[in-house]
Design a protein around this ligand. Structure first.
Ligand SMILES: [Zn+2]
Ligand SMILES: [Zn+2]
Length: 342
């Protein structure tokens, strides 16, 4: 089968012809119909976050159709539309049993620790699969499973309550989902901070109040827009020390900043004025929980979370197109989400 693979760190991905994956008794073989390209994939290529082995097929945002099943598979059959939860976990350890499977000691991330979805076929354990409702396209199903899932998890970690204000730093795939999900959860107002006018327009269409960080200090703008109070919840989705600091600075009393963007760099805060005095909190967010996915699928099915307009650009399964997309992601280009469509 055809696959687009990482063969060397910091080098372009290569198209290769490889064997179809083997299917264990509890595995489901999926014909990939859509595979999202994520900022994390650029991090894997650059080894900001190292993959388990090379060569490796990237791609952790996968939706497709069941092509075959192992003997022990009970809930899926050939022809079913499915989307993939990107962590393959043991299901029995304390973390898995508590539903915090992102900390499972044996967890393997699809497209990082084992071959992913930039390929015609992928095999994953039944435990990692969800049925994809007919109302949701494959490309939406793919990105729901990473960017939207992470946004929901970040809002859950930040304990957003109805009536609160939210600032979203970074209007990419995560930001667009975060805006819509925050509004669904009852946020009184969602502010979206970005420097890209196209993305600010998209944020406004998604229901947010756009805050252009190139015009003036976004923290000052957010203070004015909240009559000096600051926001209750800030989500940092960019992964830059500057925006992390701004997210914390924009908080009001008892505010919570959830940091989602990846960086190896450090950032500074002034403990008394920016954190202690307000009893503000900085919360780390990693991945999401499988148990959060059914709500997401329902939101997408009912169009409360709408990713269909102007958010997704599709490309074929070809190394050149994938590499160009990864380059754009590294440079924070205009695209919100690019999905390989097969
Ligand atoms: Zn992703
Ligand atoms: Zn486990």
């Amino acid at each position: 089968m055809k696959a687009v693979r990482l063969t060397a760190i910091n080098a372009p991905l290569e198209q290769q012809q490889i064997d179809a994956p083997s299917v264990g008794p509890n595995d489901v073989l999926i014909r990939v119909r859509a595979a999202g390209i994520c900022h994390s994939d650029a991090h894997y290529r650059a080894s900001v976050s190292p993959v388990a082995r090379l060569p490796l097929t990237l791609g952790h945002e996968v939706a497709g159709v069941v092509e075959g099943i192992g003997n022990g598979v009970e809930n899926f059959k050939s022809g079913d539309r499915v989307c993939v939860h990107y962590l393959v976990t043991c299901g029995t350890c304390a973390f898995c049993r508590a539903g915090n499977e992102q900390f499972c000691a044996t967890a393997q991330m699809i497209g990082k620790d084992r071959d992913g979805g930039y390929a015609e076929l992928i095999a994953v354990p039944e435990r990692s699969l969800f049925h994809l409702p007919a109302e949701i396209s494959f490309e939406e199903g793919a990105i729901l499973m990473c960017s939207s899932a992470t946004s929901l998890h970040a809002l859950n970690k930040a304990r957003l309550r109805a009536g609160e204000t939210v600032a979203v730093f970074g209007v990419g795939g995560l930001g667009v989902s975060a805006i819509q999900i925050a509004l669904y959860l009852g946020a009184a107002k969602v502010f979206a901070v970005d420097i890209n006018p196209e993305k600010l327009r998209l944020a406004a269409r998604s229901g947010a109040v756009p805050v252009n960080a190139t015009e003036r200090d976004p923290v000052a703008q957010l203070r004015e827009m909240t009559r000096g109070a600051g926001v209750d919840v800030a989500l940092e989705l960019v992964g830059l020390p500057l925006t992390m600091r701004q997210a914390v600075q924009s908080l009001g009393k008892l505010g919570r900043a959830a940091l989602v963007g990846l960086t190896q760099e450090t950032f500074e805060i002034a403990p008394y004025g920016e954190l202690l005095n307000k009893e503000a909190e900085i919360i780390g967010v990693s991945d999401h929980r499988a148990r959060e996915i059914p709500l997401l699928l329902e939101l997408a099915r009912s169009r409360k979370l709408d990713l269909s307009h102007g958010i997704i650009r599709t490309i074929p399964l070809e190394a050149a197109a994938v590499n160009t997309t990864l380059d754009d992601l590294e440079h924070f280009g205009d695209d919100v989400r690019v999905v390989i469509l097969l």
